[in-house]
Ligand binder design. Structure first.
Ligand code: ADP
Ligand code: MG
Length: 554
């Protein structure tokens, strides 16, 4: 009777499902965290939509999440009465993976042969709803979009296709029913149909969820709320465990690994707010893609207002995740209002400074964590040298660069300055495509032979910021590939002058011969083993930038 359609998963989705079915991720319990997290998001969205659109015919009386199991039939159901999905949304959101970087992720996964490497990658990617297929061999999702007349029923065994059909009587919201794999029943550990197991997982992973999560009472009576529902940022810091922060982080970030650093801020007075921010351990796959998002959510008085709030965090700190809860904003607040609000601007300044100072203390106290941070996010942070004038010095302080001092370890500018030679006036750097190319450059010879340290900057972004940053701590940054670099003592200068006279005829001849190609020909003090090199003027483009422009056809 019903109009049952059979549709195919998008190919990336199919590949990911295969991984889930074969359960390459060892912690299966996390599937429930994902389903509860989705249900919570759906309730947040409904509350917001109902608030914005008073005409909407929706039921917001008793918003909650219910988890029920049927040990007899070996099913587990997670139900919410939130926003729900239309048929097209189900196809788009559940049948495909819209996340940018998916193809790249799958390619890497194929390359990483060992199981540990794959687990790592999965952790970085976060599989969301598909985690259900770690424990279920069939999943049924029934949903009705809030305000719509009819619902949809989706079902799949995770292999290639799914069916979709109308569900006329579906209640508002979404229910996801897992038909548990038989093998899990045998292992006590993974008996997801048992009430005790469900309660244990909810308390461990989802305690902070602000919506009630209800589970039928042990004696089969009235359902009980099993989570404490306390917003972590509203509890005193000493009361919250590391594990609670981690689980909260996973909920807001959709990440599967613990954060590198947790940051708390509480402001009292005329504009009161709390912030709970995290620095992830891994860069997201879309960090440098155009569709990338920023990671901070805005709440007003515990009510979720928006994801991806760009007014709270600048572009170069887009990898920072977390929540800001402002007590004095209206629930009606819009992006336009946020952009103009002076209090919001002050808050953002404080958040930025706090993130930067947190990284600075990581450098001092947790060298390894800082190294991870810099490896993952350094390229993004350096964008701030161009964008955030006010914090430029603070940003420079947390930067590290490769240098001639040590082939393995990067150096901070402060460390560089400690090693500066007596009388050295400038911080020397050279930009280029790779360390090897720079090390083979004749420009480096004189500096190397006289024992000057040179920063070897090989990120494309380096090319941009070195031009914008005049100095650090009173020392100018100087490209060694440009202009005259004066490394000489008085005697050496005298000797150079004599040589200049000696070679005057040759130089004059070279200048005429090469007039078409170079501006000038000079005797050089920089070279020790190479016979000649080409240099730019102090105010010219660096050779690398010149190459970039030429490649762009300018
Ligand atoms: P993510 O939560 O990271 O976006 P998921 O795979 O967990 O990825 O979910 C994919 C999408 O499916 C969600 O973004 C949401 O739009 C939709 N979705 C999943 N579960 C629900 C639900 N219970 N109610 C409404 N929409 C849902
Ligand atoms: Mg999710």
């Amino acid at each position: 009777t019903a109009r049952v359609e059979t549709l195919e998963f998008q190919s990336e989705a199919r590949q990911l499902l295969q991984l889930m079915i074969h359960s390459i991720y060892s912690n299966k319990d996390t599937f429930l965290r994902e389903l509860v997290s989705n249900a919570s998001d759906a309730l947040d969205k409904l509350r917001l939509e109902a608030f914005r659109d008073k005409e909407l015919r929706v039921d917001t009386d008793d918003l909650h999440i219910a988890i029920e199991s049927d040990p007899e039939n070996r099913t587990l159901t997670v139900r919410d009465n939130g926003i729900g999905m239309t048929r097209d949304e189900v196809v788009a959101l559940i049948g495909t993976i819209a996340k940018s970087g998916t193809a790249e992720f799958l390619r890497k996964l194929k390359e990483s042969q060992d199981a540990a490497g794959s687990q790592d990658l999965i952790g970085q990617f976060g599989v969301g709803f598909y985690a259900s297929f770690m424990v279920a061999d069939r999943v049924t999702l029934v949903t009705r979009r809030a305000g719509a007349d009819e619902g949809v029923r989706w079902e799949s065994e995770g292999a290639g296709t799914y069916t979709i059909e109308p569900a006329p009587d579906a209640p508002q919201g979404t229910s996801v029913t897992l038909h548990l794999k038989p093998e899990n029943a045998e292992e006590q550990l993974h008996d997801y149909a048992s009430r005790a197991k469900i309660v244990e997982i909810v308390r461990r992973y989802s305690d902070f969820i602000t919506w009630p999560i209800r589970v039928p009472a042990a004696d089969g009576g009235e359902p009980e709320t099993v989570n404490s529902r306390k917003a972590l940022w509203a509890r005193s810091q000493s009361e919250v465990t590391e594990e609670e922060y981690t689980e909260f982080y996973k909920h807001v970030s959709h990440d599967w690994t613990a954060p590198l650093e947790t940051i708390r801020i509480a402001a009292e007075g005329t504009f009161e707010y709390q912030a709970l921010l995290f620095i992830p351990e891994r860069a997201p796959l879309d960090l440098f893609m155009r569709e990338r998002k920023r990671g901070v959510q805005l709440y007003v008085k515990r009510v979720f207002i928006m994801d991806d709030c760009e007014e709270l965090m600048p572009e170069y700190l887009r990898f920072v995740k977390g929540v800001v809860d402002a007590q004095d904003l209206s629930l009606n607040v819009s992006r336009e209002i946020l952009q103009r609000d002076r209090q919001i601007q002050l808050m953002r300044r404080r958040l930025v400074k706090k993130v930067l100072s947190t990284v600075k203390s990581m450098m001092a106290d947790k060298a390894e964590a800082y190294e991870t941070f810099w490896r993952e996010f350094g390229r993004a942070v350096k964008e701030g040298l161009l964008d955030d004038f006010e914090n430029r010095d603070a940003i420079l302080e947390i930067c590290s660069f490769p240098s001639t001092h040590d082939a393995e370890r990067q150096t901070t500018l402060a460390q560089y300055m400690e090693r500066m030679k007596e009388g050295q006036e400038h911080i020397y750097y050279m930009t280029g495509d790779s360390r090897v190319a720079l090390e083979n450059s004749p420009h480096l010879e004189a500096f190397q032979s006289k024992g000057y340290e040179v920063l070897l900057l090989t990120d494309p972004i380096d090319e941009m910021w070195v031009g914008a940053v005049p100095e650090f701590d009173g020392k100018q940054l100087r490209s060694i590939a440009k202009g005259e670099v004066d490394l000489d003592t008085e005697e050496e200068k005298e000797a150079a002058k004599q040589r200049e006279d000696e070679f005057a005829d040759l130089l004059a001849w070279l200048r005429t011969e090469l007039a078409e190609t170079v501006k000038d020909v000079r005797l050089s003090a920089r070279l020790t083993t190479s016979p000649a090199c080409v240099v730019g003027d102090t105010y010219d483009l660096t050779p690398n930038l010149e190459k970039m422009y030429r490649a762009m056809g300018q």
